[in-house]
Design a protein around this ligand. Structure first.
Ligand code: AMP
Ligand code: GLY
Length: 449
């Protein structure tokens, strides 16, 4: 076995043979570092017998022990359901948004299978920004003022004829992998964005409806809840780094790093997030007839202590998961099982009193064109580094070779007694991982220090 097999992920694990008497088989759906972190957290539970990851990546392939990759795509819903039946899967965890939008939760539930995630109707909080904005308006949940458009003429007329302040934010309503948002600094940029969405159809049907909304000032943070539809439990608040360059410059990406807890989310801010956002959201979804279950991601803008919603997502964040899960002290699978059983109020949900940071190592060129198939080297000592977890994002492990297979390649997490310590530790490990063209930001967490 090559040395990177051990890349710390294996260490500290209880892969022990003595299984819990009700040993469960778990299926995780997705292939990023988020799903590697989900597999890591699931594998640590003594209740878990096998963790299947469909399709997984090089990191989950190398975990060994309880963890196995399954060659099924995240959108192959029928195949996944059949697999779950054939392999006695007790609990399925959906990592990414596409299967949720396609209705995987409805499908599994109708077949009597337990699954963590929202139904297709509830997942509209993410899959339709028009739905989510109108929902927030109905329930008086704080968010930016907005208008909805269904064709170029009306969107451009709005820009030409109304006296609006800039920037304005122009968004495709449907799923665009985090890339469907334009910040227009003036009229001309706004019209260019409208045309790109409606005329050039750069996001296809995802931009059949377009939202133009006010620009929110402040700092962003993400809060994640696990909910059974009524009760909820919160993970530690995190902050992502969406831009490719240091100092939050350059293009938007899927996320180049994260840390938690985010000091920006003070106890007072968190109280407001719960009272003004999370509670009315869950209550509103119940009242409208599609209770929201699973993970709820609330993307926030916080301005002078006042939170408003930038977006909801129907799943955990990537890379935020790579910091919030290692900070969860209680058993993850117990909490997930309780969210499915409707007993979330009765199980422990405790956090470590530590900080975590994660640094994403990307392929050169990301988020634009990049090459894959580059050989990866990980220094042996990374496996021995304390409180360090190397999550793979876009890697492939075949015939004994670990190579790059995506834009984001690794998400290197470290824990520390404080944020500074966690950041320094993460970078120590990052410097020991190499491949041609590797790129990472050097300022993850800096703005919170
Ligand atoms: P979204 O896909 O809606 O999360 O938007 C992607 C990113 O665009 C967000 O993380 C923000 O950085 C930015 N953004 C979106 N909407 C707004 C807004 N109304 N005001 C300011 N920034 C925004
Ligand atoms: N980190 C942003 C997201 O997962 O959507």
């Amino acid at each position: 076995m090559p040395k990177y097999h051990k890349a710390k992920l294996a260490k500290g694990f209880k892969y022990g043979k003595s299984l819990h008497e009700n040993a469960m088989n778990v299926l995780i759906i997705g292939n990023g570092a988020r799903e590697h972190a989900l597999a890591w957290a699931a594998a640590q539970s003594e209740k878990v017998n096998v963790v299947f990851v469909a399709p997984g990546n090089g990191g989950t392939a190398l975990m060994g022990g309880k963890v196995r990759n399954v060659p099924l795509k995240a959108i192959a819903l029928d195949g996944l359901l059949a697999f779950a039946g054939q392999n006695n899967v007790d609990l399925t965890i959906v990592g990414s948004e596409q299967p949720l939008e396609l209705g995987i939760v409805d499908l599994f539930r109708s077949a009597g299978r337990q699954i963590v995630g929202p139904t297709k109707a509830a997942a509209r909080l993410e899959s339709s920004k028009v739905f989510s904005k109108e929902f927030m308006q109905r329930h008086k949940i704080p968010t930016a003022g907005y208008h909805v458009f269904r064709n170029t003429i009306s969107a451009n007329n709005h820009i030409e004829l109304t006296t609006t302040t800039y920037p304005q934010v122009i968004k495709a309503s449907g799923l665009c992998a985090g890339k469907g948002v334009f910040i227009a600094l003036d009229k001309e940029q706004a019209i260019t964005a409208n045309n790109a969405l409606f005329e050039d159809r750069i996001f296809g049907n995802a931009a059949d409806e377009v939202i133009i909304e006010d620009f929110l000032q402040g700092q962003e943070a993400s809060v994640f809840a696990l909910t059974d539809g009524i009760r909820y439990r919160l993970f530690l608040p995190a902050q992502d780094h969406k831009r490719i360059g240091n100092g939050d410059t350059g293009k938007n990406t899927g996320g180049m790093g994260a840390y938690a807890p985010a000091p920006l989310v003070t106890p007072e801010v968190l109280r407001k997030v719960e009272e003004l956002i999370i509670q009315p959201t869950l209550k509103g979804m119940v009242e409208e007839g599609y209770p929201y279950t699973g993970f709820l991601y609330v993307g926030l803008m916080i301005d002078q202590g006042e939170p408003s919603v930038v977006e909801y997502n129907a799943r955990l964040g990537d890379p935020e998961t790579q910091v919030v899960l290692p900070l969860l002290k209680s058993d993850f699978i117990t909490a997930l099982q309780a969210s499915v059983d409707g007993t979330l109020g009765e199980v422990p949900f405790e956090m470590h009193r530590k900080s975590a940071s994660t640094v994403v190592i990307a392929s050169g060129g990301y988020p634009d064109h990049y090459e894959t198939g580059k050989a990866i080297s990980i220094a042996d000592e990374v496996a021995e580094m304390e409180d360090c977890l190397v999550f793979h994002a876009g890697t492939s492990y075949e015939a004994g070779r670990l190579t790059t297979a995506g834009g984001r390649v690794f998400s290197v997490t470290a824990l520390g007694e404080n944020l500074r310590e966690s950041i320094d530790r993460a970078y120590l490990a990052v410097e020991k991982i190499g491949f041609e063209g590797a790129y990472y930001r050097t300022d993850i967490g800096a703005k919170a220090l």
